[in-house]
Design a protein around this ligand. Sequence first.
Ligand code: C2E
Ligand code: CA
Ligand code: CA
Length: 782
Amino acid sequence: MGFRLRLALFFVATLVTVQLLTAGLVYEVTRHALISEGERQLTANARAFEAQMDDISARVAGNVEVLSLDYALRSAIAERDRGTVLSVLRNHGRRVGASRMLLIGLDGRVQADTAGATPPLTRFPFPDLMRSAYMRRTAAVVATDGKAAWVVVVPIYAPQPVAMVVVYVPLDDALLAHLQHLSALPRDLELAAQLTPGHWSVVARGDRHAGMLASLVAAHQPLPRKPRLTVVDGQQYMVLAQPLQQPASSRPVMAVLGYSLDSALQPFRAVGIAWGSLLALGFGVGLLGAWLTARSVARPIESLALAARRIEAGDYGAPPGMPRHDEIGQLAATFASMTAAIRQREQHIRHQAMHDSVTGLPNRAAAELAIDQWLAAAGSAGGAVLMIGLTRVPDIIKTMGHALCDRLMLDASERIRRTAVEAYLARITDMQFMLWLPQADEPAATAVAIHLLDALNLPYQDTDVTIDGLPSIGIALAPADGSDAATLLRHAEVAQFAASGSSAALSIYDAATDPHRPERLSLMGDLREALEGSKLSLHYQPKLDLGQRRIEGVEALVRWQHPRLGWVPPDSFIGMAEDTGNIHRVTRWALATALAQAKRWRARGLPLQVAVNLSARDLEDRELPARIGALLAIYALPPDCLTLEVTERAVISERDTAIQILRRVAEQGIGIAIDDFGVGQATFAYLRHLPVSELKIDQMFIKHLATDRNDQIIVRSLVDLSHRLGYRVTAEGVESQGALDYLAAIGCDCAQGYFIAPALDVDGFAAFLTARGGTVGVRTPP
Ligand code: C2E
Ligand code: CA
Ligand code: CA
């Protein structure tokens, strides 16, 4: 049920209820007033009727008294001339309106009857009237033969009483009507005579035949001596029975007076009808008014509801204005200001959702949206995504806090903006910006990237600290490296990650080396299976001691025979194992396997040094030192038979934890070698803080050592400096006699490479040793 209808119904229901209650009240009050009025009138009428009857009695008696003086009558009585008596009586009877006249002897016997109805000498039935007639005028109402009449008894004196004349004046309908006509008697009037005690019959009635007695009898009610409410012919009446003056010898006669409430209410009926019409009119007008009022209330509310629905759907257009000053007007005004507030807040939230709060630049979501839109609009025009990372940001946050880092990023964003004014710039993560160069190809993108690196490489000065953010940039090109923003960003990120590890600090995405290719994920599952199902094995590459000219140790290198892919090179799954957190298991496996093998060699009299590679992630594993200690204990091996190889990058990026872990390892007497030395960013000065015992010069410097003067100078300096600092030096990737000779000549401690031997399985390694004389102390080839 709508608001409108409810309001209208409420109005009208209230109106009708109040009206009906009022009507009921008025009716009841009126009815009560009429009943009281009826009682009063009935009582008064009854008295008036009684008085009237007495009056008439007196008048009739007076008339009849004249008869007693009539000479003719007296002489006729004396002469017992019945004929004359009857004729005189008749004459008189006509005059007074009598229906019957009797002459009664003093003995009470009827001597003459004008009606001729009484046999002569019958006794007059009302002797008490005769007795009282001597004393006063006597008249009374009697009931005879189902009729009522006045009986007047007058004695005849001559001069002694000789007889009595009785006059019957009929008390009939005509008389009652006459009386009603003369005076203010009620129109409902009946005379009732008692037949037997409790049984009454009507002997005369007034001009209206309401049948009051019949109704009372039918309702088994006694005749009421006080005004009583009763129903006569379906109408409400006040009824009162008034006894009349009577001789004791007569049956009782009562005057029954009625007062019709309905008739009395008649004048009010017109008022009622007028009131009903007014009510109907009021009802109609009220309904209309309520409807209109409800509409004027509901309309604006409905329009506000509509506006609310529009807001729900995201349309914040101004709600309909309402030029009203009532509560609804206030509501509408509040609603409008609320809408404006919501609109503002949503704009703010939307801005926040799409922007970085520090630099105010668009964020990743906004960038993806913008690039996708551009790609969709520009078709195949392409472009370049530059992912610009400040590699040291996590370190800076940890040591200097977020506030400084925010300033650094803000400064960096301004530098980028200045360098690439036209490009679309966004901040992607805490440490990365993204630059979208529409329509740029690889050379153009590279040129911008180099400029950016120049700009970002200038250290950031913050009050008294100078910070080097260590920028690196990865480039992904559309559409070659992806046709949607998400892919382009991901690939640019991969490239940036690669760049952060290279000396150029710049890298262009290469799908072939992407460690995040989807197929690599399934490879990870396979790797876990391989670890459990011993599909991995270790190969051992000999390390030649150049001074002693004998094999003094081996480097353990992992090999994976994949059931489907065949041999999988470690370079293609080690990085992935690092990314997916599986590297710890590989390392543990490699350590256990290598040490078990060392134990077996030792048992055969071969005290070989074993070098095992660690990855950067291993240097986050605080349990590693204890684990290695436990393994050495299990195999009862001296700690100096084990060397751990770590790259420069591993110790530089995770400095604190890594250094702690390395220290704890070194404290146990285990050797630490820096792998691939010379290609990364580690300096000798930096290495001084680390518990390093050996440096392994990267293959890059060794490969062409036999011929390349520059490499010779570098390697010789490295060896020199290392020795001065107390490190042993191993040269990796020795592929020629010339290189080997040169290394021996400059006093390099150890050599490793295909020229000596590739990595060999256990049997191959045994065969290698046998071929060289079966002992560790075998001499190198000439
Ligand atoms: P790396 O530690 O630098 O290992 C030396 C790599 O150079 C080995 O490749 C080896 O076979 C190869 N090599 C040895 N002599 C020569 C030579 O004269 N010329 C040339 N061109 N190459 C030579 P490999 O076995 O493919 O291993 C690649 C990389 O995989 C390793 O580089 C190492 O970083 C990683 N790796 C291998 N095994 C493990 C392991 O068990 N754990 C960890 N964390 N990394 C491992
Ligand atoms: Ca190595
Ligand atoms: Ca190496």
